[in-house]
Design a protein around this ligand. Structure first.
Ligand code: NDP
Ligand code: 2IT
Length: 444
C-alpha cells in the first residue's frame, strides 16, 4: 500500500466519528500524491505525514456559565494547536452548536496550509465551543466568553497562540474574551485578532476575508484574460465573510443576486442591497426574512436553494459541505465559470470533483479565504510595533497577499503538470513550506 493510503487508513481508524477531519485529510493527502510518491522512502523514514496529521496538542475543557434566569449551563471548549512549524498557532474560534473535536480538527488542519500560503509567519490552530450565541442576551454572551477565556488563557499568548473570529465569534465576542484575558493575565498584548479599533484591532480586518476572496477571483480571471465586471454572482451565507464578499463584488462591477442563512435564502434580481444586509445582520442581529422589508421586489425562500440560480461565479460563504453534488450539477447546467470557497470546505469532495471535471475554475478555501487570517497576521504586526496602519495600507497589503498567493498556487499546479487545478496547487505549495520548516527544526 502507498504511504499516502496507509496514513489515510490510520487517520480514519485512530480518529473515529470525525468525518469532517477524515474528509480534510483525504483531500489534502490525495492531492499531495505526486510529491509524496516521489519522496516516499525519505518521507516514510521521517514520518512526515504522521507528524502532519497529528496535532501538536489538543485541549478540551468545561465552560460553565449562568443565564439570565440563574440557570447554570455547561458547554465544551476546544483549542487544537495543530502545527507551529512556521509561527505561533493562529486560527479562529467557532461558536456553534454543531462544534465537536472532529470539526475543530478539520478546521485546524486546513489552517496549517492556508496560513503557510499567506507567506506570513503563522502556524495552524483552531478552537471553539458548542455554545450557540444566537438568541442570547449580551450579558449571557459575556458570561460564556469570560468563562471560556478563564481556561483558554492558560494556553495562549501573543507569541504562542493567537485566536480570532469564525462562525458565531465576531467583534462582540472577541471584545469580551480580550477583556477577560487582560484581567487574568495582566498583560495588554495582541493575543486575539479581530479586535475593536479602539483597543488594537486592525482597519480592514472586518472586510478582509470577503475582500480577499474577490481579489483572488479577480486575479485568477485576469490570468485568463477575463474580468469580474458585468458577471452575475451567487453568494451563500449572510455573515462576516458573505457580507464583504457581496460588497467587494459589487465594487468590482458584478451583480450579486443571493445571500442565505441557516433558515432560508434571498433572491434579489436587482442586486443585493448591502447596506440593508449589514443593518439586518450586523446591527439588529435579525433573520433574512427581514430583507423583504427593505427590498419588496426580492424573494425569500425557506431552506436551501442558492445554487439553483444561474450565475457566472458562485461563492459559498456559510459552512462546510453546503454545496453538494446536486448543487454542483445545477451550477454546471447553468454555465457557472468559477466556484471560489469563502467558507472552509463548503464543497463536498464529490461536488469538487464534478466541478473540476466540467472545467469550472475551482479555488479551494485554504487559498480563497486566506485574506482573513493574512490580515490577522497584519494585526499582529501592528500590535507588536504598537502602531496602526491606515485602511488603504492594510487593504493594499491584503491585495498583494492574494495576488501573490494566486500565482504561487498556479505555479505549483503547473510545475507538477496539473494546470488550472488550484486544489493540487494550494495543497502542494502550502505543504512544501511547512515540511521544509519542520525538517529544519528536527524531530520535536
Ligand atoms: P458568521 O457567523 O459571521 O456567518 C456565518 C453565516 O453562515 C451565517 O449566515 C449563518 O447563518 C450561516 N451558517 C452557519 N452555519 C450554517 C449551517 N450549519 N447551515 C447553514 N448556514 C449556516 O461566520 P463567518 O462569515 O465568519 O464564517 C463563514 C465561513 O467562513 C465559515 O466556514 C468560516 O470558517 C469561514 N471563514 C471565516 C473567516 C473569518 O475571518 N471570519 C476567515 C476564513 C474563513 P445563521 O446565522 O442562520 O447561523
Ligand atoms: O478560517 C479562518 O481562516 C478564520 N476563521 C480566520 C482566522 C484568523 O486567525 O484570522
Amino acid at each position: 500500500m502507498s504511504y499516502v493510503d496507509e496514513v489515510i487508513e490510520r487517520v480514519v481508524k485512530e480518529n473515529p466519528s470525525e468525518p469532517e477531519f477524515h474528509q480534510a485529510v483525504k483531500e489534502v493527502l490525495n492531492s499531495l500524491r505526486v510529491v509524496v510518491d516521489a519522496n516516499e522512502e525519505k518521507f516514510r523514514r521521517d514520518a512526515v505525514l504522521e507528524r502532519l496529521v497529528n496535532p501538536e496538542r489538543q485541549i478540551k475543557f468545561r465552560v460553565p456559565w449562568i443565564d439570565d434566569q440563574g440557570q447554570v449551563h455547561v458547554n465544551t471548549g476546544y483549542r487544537v494547536q495543530f502545527n507551529s512549524a512556521i509561527g505561533p498557532y493562529k486560527g479562529g474560534l467557532r461558536l456553534h452548536p454543531s462544534v465537536n473535536l472532529g470539526i475543530i480538527k478539520f478546521l485546524g488542519f486546513e489552517q496549517i496550509f492556508k496560513n503557510s500560503l499567506t507567506g506570513l509567519p503563522i502556524g495552524g490552530g483552531k478552537g471553539g465551543s458548542d455554545f450557540d450565541p444566537k438568541g442570547k442576551s449580551d450579558r449571557e454572551v459575556m458570561a460564556f466568553c469570560q468563562s471560556f477565556m478563564s481556561e483558554l488563557c492558560k494556553y495562549i499568548g501573543a507569541d504562542t497562540d493567537v485566536p480570532a473570529g469564525d462562525i458565531g465569534t465576531g467583534a462582540r465576542e472577541i471584545g469580551y474574551m480580550f477583556g477577560q484575558y487582560k484581567k487574568l493575565r495582566g498583560v495588554f498584548e495582541g493575543v486575539l485578532t479581530g479586535k475593536g479599533l479602539s483597543y488594537g484591532g486592525s482597519l480592514a480586518r472586518t472586510q478582509a476575508t470577503g475582500y480577499g476572496l474577490l481579489y483572488i477571483v479577480e486575479e485568477m480571471l485576469k490570468s485568463k484574460g477575463k474580468s469580474i465586471e458585468g458577471k452575475t454572482v451567487t453568494v451563500s451565507g449572510a455573515g462576516n465573510v458573505a457580507i464583504y464578499a457581496v460588497e467587494k463584488a459589487q465594487q468590482l462591477g458584478a451583480k450579486v443576486v443571493t445571500v442565505s442563512d441557516s433558515n432560508g435564502w434571498v433572491y434579489d434580481p436587482d442586486g443585493i442591497d448591502v447596506a440593508a444586509l449589514k443593518e439586518i445582520k450586523e446591527v439588529k442581529r435579525q433573520r433574512l426574512t427581514e430583507y423583504k422589508n427593505y427590498r419588496p421586489h426580492s424573494e425569500y425562500h425557506e431552506g436551501k436553494g442558492v445554487w439553483s440560480i444561474k450565475a457566472d461565479i458562485a461563492l459559498p460563504c456559510a459552512t462546510q459541505n453546503e454545496l453538494d453534488i446536486e448543487d454542483a450539477k445545477a451550477l454546471v447546467a447553468n454555465g457557472v465559470m468559477v466556484v471560489a470557497e469563502g467558507a472552509n470546505m463548503p464543497t463536498t469532495q464529490e461536488a469538487t470533483d464534478y466541478l473540476q471535471a466540467n472545467n469550472v475554475y475551482f479555488i479551494p478555501g485554504k487559498a480563497a479565504n486566506a485574506g482573513g487570517v493574512a490580515t490577522s497576521a497584519l494585526e499582529m504586526s501592528q500590535n507588536s510595533e504598537r502602531m496602526s496602519w491606515s485602511f488603504e495600507e492594510v487593504d493594499a497589503k491584503l491585495k498583494n497577499v492574494m495576488i501573490g498567493l494566486f500565482h504561487n498556487i498556479d505555479a505549483a499546479a503547473k510545475k507538477y503538470g496539473f494546470d488550472d487545478n488550484y486544489v493540487v496547487g494550494a495543497n502542494i505549495a502550502g505543504f512544501e513550506k511547512v515540511v521544509d520548516a519542520m525538517n529544519a527544526q528536527g524531530i520535536v
